[in-house]
Write a protein that binds this ligand. Structure first.
Ligand code: COA
Length: 598
């Protein structure tokens, strides 16, 4: 196991953040692990072929050794050897539309607005909180996050926070670019964009070096609302363009920028702090599942789908019917940062300092103008979503079994997949590598051979196999969070070969490799302390997205899949999962009968 450097030791090595660099795992360790991860997920004949390819790649003096050497060299002169490769592979080169396919959302507790002024007051308060949070980030005054759970206590990299209000994902013909604005401690003129009825308005929030207080923000929002109501001035729903496939959007944008009016409007959006989307009532019952859907795609073109600008990392959605949350462009940061920011905002109480006097004369907010009428095929309403609160038990019960709750839930997801589909598939679980400089995530491949043995087992040996599966999962987690997982490493070897213009190593053209990164099950733990939940869509057409939020006495599961896949069904998955969790509990209780359920 790779030792994690203490902050002081790392500082001695010359890094100002005090965090160690992400290590490059040993080549042989990764290759062995790759074979172990795939052996039970593919046919025997195919595995034999892959094994020979991997052995050739890893042979002394072979291609693997050469690439490994190059990767180690790269790691010596970069803060994080995988960051750029990972960002491109995971996000920027992905051509799929951002909503559903890439952008996670946070669903806030349902609000009870009885009038428009209630809604705008909530919006003004939230914006005020955003400004305060941004000044904490800019002043480097956010408390450093520390790892919890496995290997708790080490400080985590805070870089992701700097990107929350300063980034923009610019669409490109082949690849997008993550543009970063320089952040500064000085209160520069700053604005947010308010979307209302598919129209976009510039709301200046820092005027003459002073932040607007909530009352002024409210006044401005009211003016925006009135402007949006003027039917004759309505412009086409340009925001829909940002929910297209990335290449299509890049093409549309290159046409748009030929006109100076459009160029100016785009510039304002690209440089804003965030969006606040004042949504019309959705007209649907606001169950957890429906709120998740509304947040993920706005209900499509006929509802609030056009009241968005998906390239911007933070879009706060405030629905007149009380359906609220955040839609997040994922490339600059992880869900954990999104949770931290959301929880800050929900708890925010303005300090005296922020309650500055109202300004006597506020400049009118400005409507962004467009010269174009889009002819767009918007997002297909294909998402099959099921948000389910499993109330049988939560983290507490699992901890009493002396098991890792996360590992237990992962094994339960494998168990469920097996029950539904009769096999296991390559699975992704995001593991934070923020213990390292500029660390983002690596993958815990949860469909371990031990998980397969457990899900196939008969009653008598099942408890022992459950223990073994959980142990294997926990061990993999520890490998991943200490920078020793295999996905980033394999990606690094693949990309450095490309960079050196070498022929693609057979390891990466092998069908097993393609299978190994086709994540039919894409999972992630996003815990919250406030009553809210995170969710996202599947990453492949025949897959599931499974986001879970473990609490003391319950677990929220957000399952998503696509309706046009005959293989998947979110409802069936959730129903089966309930049964599997119950069976696992029965098993534990049979062997530890003294441990009572809360
Ligand atoms: N017996 C009793 N208690 C145990 C235990 C055991 N064997 N193993 C763990 N626990 C406890 C832990 O001490 C911890 O306690 P706490 O609630 O007081 O903090 C709790 O159970 C949770 O630990 P665990 O379930 O093992 O998982 P974790 O919190 O370490 O999470 C990951 C594991 C992989 C999810 C986490 O390391 C991670 O990377 N999270 C980030 C994921 C991410 O990036 N998500 C967003 C993607 S957009």
């Amino acid at each position: 196991r790779m030792p994690v450097l203490k902050r002081e030791q790392a500082r001695d090595l010359g890094d100002p953040s005090g965090l160690p660099k992400l290590p490059v795992p040993p080549l042989q360790q990764t290759l062995d692990m790759y074979l172990k991860c795939m052996s039970h997920l593919i046919p025997e004949e195919q595995f034999k072929k892959t094994k020979a390819i991997v052995e050739k790649f890893g042979a002394p003096g072979g291609m693997g050794e050469f690439l490994q050497k190059k990767l180690v060299e790269r790691s010596e002169h970069k803060a994080n050897w995988v960051y750029d490769y990972w960002l491109e592979d995971m996000y920027l080169s992905n051509r799929l539309a951002l909503p559903v396919n890439s952008s996670p959302v946070m669903v806030f507790p349902k609000q009870n607005f009885t009038s428009h002024s209630d809604t705008l007051r909530f919006a003004a308060h939230l914006i005020s909180g955003v400004l305060e949070y941004k000044s904490l980030i800019d002043g480097r005054a956010l408390p450093v996050d520390y790892a919890r759970g496995q290997l708790a206590g080490t400080p985590l990299c805070m870089d992701q926070y700097n990107k929350v209000f300063t980034s923009y994902r610019l669409p490109g013909a082949k690849m997008d670019t993550l543009v970063a604005q320089k952040s500064t401690v000085m209160p520069e003129p700053e604005h947010i964009i308010v979307a209302c009825k598919n129209q976009f308005f510039v709301l200046d929030v820092v005027i003459n070096f002073r932040r607007l207080n909530e009352k002024d923000l409210y006044t401005q929002l009211e003016r925006i609302r009135k402007m949006a109501d003027i039917e004759e001035e309505r412009l086409p729903p340009i925001g829909l363009l940002t929910s297209d496939d990335r290449t299509q959007w890049a093409e549309a944008r290159s046409v748009l920028i030929k006109d100076s009016t459009n160029r100016d409007s785009l510039d304002m959006i690209e440089r804003c702090l965030c969006l606040v989307c004042l949504d019309e009532p959705s007209g649907t019952e606001l169950t957890d599942t429906n709120r998740a859907l509304l947040m993920l795609h706005g209900g499509g073109m006929d509802k609030n789908g056009g009241n968005r600008w998906y390239d911007k990392p933070m879009q706060f959605v405030i629905g007149a019917d009380g359906c609220c949350g955040v839609v997040c462009e994922h490339s600059p940061f992880e869900g954990i940062v999104l949770v931290q920011c959301s929880e800050y905002l929900l708890r925010y109480i303005p300090s005296k300092l922020v309650r500055a006097a109202s300004m006597s004369e506020l400049p009118a907010p400005r409507r962004l103008r467009w010269k174009c009428s889009p002819d767009i095929q918007a997002l297909v309403k294909n998402l099959d979503m099921n948000v389910n609160k499993f109330t049988g038990y939560g983290k507490e019960f699992i901890k009493k079994q002396k098991m890792s709750p996360d590992a237990y839930i992962q094994v339960a997801l494998q168990f469920t997949f097996y029950r539904c589909h009769g096999r296991l598939v390559p699975t992704y679980e995001s593991a934070s590598i923020r213990r390292f400089q500029e660390g983002r995530v690596d993958n815990i491949r949860s469909s371990t051979p031990e998980a397969l043995a457990f899900v196939k087992a008969m009653d008598a040996e099942k408890m022992e196999l459950l223990w073994t599966a959980i142990k294997a999962q926990t061990n993999y987690t520890i490998l991943a969070i200490t920078g020793m997982a295999i996905d980033n490493h394999l990606l690094g070897l693949r990309e450095i070969a490309k960079e050196l213009k070498l022929e693609k190593p057979e390891l990466f053209s092998d069908t097993t490799y393609a299978t190994s990164i086709h994540f039919i099950l894409s999972t992630s733990q996003v815990p919250t302390t406030e009553e809210m939940f995170c969710c996202y869509g599947p990453v492949v057409p025949n897959g599931y997205g499974a986001c879970y939020n473990p609490q003391t006495d319950h677990i929220i599961f957000c399952l998503s899949s696509f309706r046009d896949s005959a293989e998947t069904s979110s409802d069936l998955f959730v129903k089966t999962l309930e049964g599997c969790l119950k069976e696992m509990q029965d098993l534990c209780l049979k062997f530890h009968p003294k441990i009572k359920i809360q």
